[in-house]
Design a protein around this ligand. Structure first.
Ligand code: ADP
Ligand code: MG
Length: 237
């Protein structure tokens, strides 16, 4: 009930089974989930002193390995809400090919997300690929190059093209983020999402959706692709 009161005060609503308690500070990622200290250090260095409500509830859910549908307003800090637990899950850089992928609707957003991962992983040699025409063709010409990367940030069009051309291999991906999922699951993108999901053939795949709004049609569609998800809503639905 203490947790209930806390969630209410932060206007966090959750739906689903066995929802992990929120974290109230970033160091709790370390005390509760054994996250590496570099994460907290980089957060502090970037002046991220306290997690925002969506970060407080989404981070422990993703760290617990659960699938997530998160809905929180623009500017509420959704990027760190997935970047922190994904970097934790990746452990160390591995040169084994993409293990996590973030799909966002525009190149500008992808670039921002890329920047956040770079800042947050400072001091660790994670290889983050931002898929563009140029990086895709380099990797097509030198398939060995793909294996150097841990993480892929991309738009759906670019990614589907890469899959169809055999330029990207998603069979090792364990964490998939659909950012601005309401836009990604709009009518025009649905076939691309199907193709991306089919290419993520690893049975261990953990899926996460982040969005500012989740219209009921989109939510219904999202539910069909998720396994026992937890839904988190911050602020107005
Ligand atoms: P959203 O994706 O929900 O629209 P962003 O992830 O783009 O939001 O973050 C919005 C802004 O808030 C960014 O400038 C980011 O640096 C800042 N921010 C995120 N988390 C925190 C935090 N815990 N403390 C302070 N600022 C934060
Ligand atoms: Mg965002």
């Amino acid at each position: 009930t203490q947790i209930k009161t806390y969630l209410k005060s932060k206007r966090i609503r959750t739906y689903g089974d066995d929802v992990p308690a929120p974290i109230t500070s970033f160091p709790e990622m370390t005390t509760r989930y054994n996250a590496k200290p570099y994460l907290t250090k980089n957060l502090v260095q970037s002046a991220f002193t306290r997690p925002t409500p969506i970060q407080q509830q989404a981070i422990p859910i993703v760290l617990s390995g659960r699938e997530l549908m998160a809905c929180a307003p623009t500017g509420s800090g959704k990027t760190l809400a997935f970047a922190c637990p994904i970097l934790h899950a990746l452990g160390e850089p591995r040169k084994a090919g993409y293990r996590a992928i973030v799909v966002s609707p525009t190149r500008e957003l992808s670039q921002q997300i890329y920047g956040v991962f770079k800042t947050l992983s400072k001091g660790k040699k994670f290889k983050v690929c931002m898929l563009t025409k140029a990086t895709a063709s380099t990797q097509a010409n030198n398939p060995k190059l793909r294996e150097k990367f841990d993480l892929l940030i991309t738009t759906p069009l670019r990614l589907v093209h890469g899959i169809q051309q055999g330029e990207v291999d998603l069979s090792g991906v364990e964490h998939l983020v659909l950012d601005e999922a309401d836009k990604l699951l709009e009518a025009g993108f649905v076939e691309q999402m199907d193709e991306i999901l089919a290419a993520c053939s690893n049975p261990k795949l953990q899926k996460m959706l982040f969005s500012a709004t989740l219209p009921s049609g989109v939510e219904a569609l999202a539910s069909t692709i998720m396994k026992d998800p937890i839904r988190v809503v911050v602020g107005e639905k």
